[in-house]
Design a protein around this ligand. Structure first.
Ligand SMILES: NC(=O)CC(=O)C(=O)O
Length: 298
């Protein structure tokens, strides 16, 4: 089997404490990303809504306009901060997500931005599955009241390392995305995400481990730190899971950076021991990674 991960990679997840001051959020993100780079991380991830509080009431106020690209500094300060930071850190940087406003359609999206070490934007992912849930007495949330969904699967080639997939939070609950990404040769699935005290306790770790186990790839989930004063209490517990579904590292609830060293051997060893790749029965059920799949649409 050809190598999926061409050389070892140190991954850092920044479990950022975010508040209502966007400038302060960006400045905190900068310190933590530079700290991770100093520790040798070459792929650094910030959480979902790292520049704003998480909640439908906040999306319009914090939204930035990214298109046409490159946007102006005035319309997209987070875009420019991330670009400069990736360059300064000399690392790949995933700005987990920011609220985005698209002027031409007058729509809002929950969008992540990936920059290379030169500070160039190399991918964007708009959350495909919007977080609309209603668990009586626990949590009701309806992103679709404000947001529109993205409509593509996002795979990104990092020339020195290999291919990764980006998705956001609720997207993890739809295993088709992960299966397609793995079958398209990704070695890592990254999900910036803000589960909450109800769904986090139930499913955060389970989802991460399940996507890793089914697909025998690395999985990273990066949450904001928990803030009990906020209107939405993020679960925390950012984690990296290995291709054999073991948790490699897990944050607590506060601001923290966690690290994991990813390598090809672990993928090979897992797939050699349990060789799912060659055992699929596409004569019995369809291959979801074949056929018309949108990787490109904005
Ligand atoms: N916040 C989300 O998008 C998803 C979530 O909290 C969950 O799936 O649970």
């Amino acid at each position: 089997m050809a190598a999926l991960l061409k050389r070892p990679l140190k991954l850092a997840l920044v479990q950022l404490a975010t508040g209502s001051d966007k400038t302060a959020n960006l400045s905190r993100a900068r310190s933590r990303v530079l700290e991770a780079a100093q520790q040798g991380a070459s792929l650094i991830v910030l959480p979902e809504c790292f520049n704003s509080p998480y909640g439908c009431q906040y999306f319009p106020k914090y939204a930035e306009t990214l298109l046409p690209s490159p946007p102006s500094n005035e319309k997209a300060p987070s875009f420019h901060a991330l670009s400069a930071l990736a360059k300064e850190a000399n690392a790949y940087l995933l700005g987990g997500s920011i609220p985005e406003y698209e002027t031409s359609t007058e729509k809002y999206f929950n969008t992540s931005l990936m920059f290379n070490p030169k500070g160039e934007l190399i991918a964007t992912h708009r959350k495909v599955h919007l977080f609309d849930i209603d668990i009586p007495g626990k949590i009701t949330f309806k992103e679709s009241e404000i947001l529109s969904p993205g409509n593509k699967i996002t795979l990104v080639d990092l020339p020195e390392y290999g291919r990764i997939a980006l998705a956001i939070c609720y997207d993890i609950r739809f295993p088709e995305l992960a299966t397609i990404a793995a079958r398209k040769q990704c070695f890592l699935l990254l999900y910036p995400g803000a589960f909450n005290l109800t769904t986090g306790a139930l499913h955060w770790s389970l989802q991460a481990r399940a996507r890793a186990m089914d697909n025998q790839v690395y999985v990273g989930l990066c949450s904001p730190a928990r803030d009990m004063e906020a209107s939405y209490n993020a679960w925390g517990h950012s984690m990296v899971v290995d291709p054999n579904a073991a948790v490699m590292t897990e944050a607590g609830e506060s601001e923290e950076v966690v690290y994991a060293d990813l390598n090809e051997d672990k993928i090979q060893e897992t797939r050699k021991g349990i060789p799912l790749q060659g055992q699929r029965r596409f004569d019995v059920y369809p291959d979801v990674s074949e056929g018309k799949i949108d990787f490109e649409r904005a």
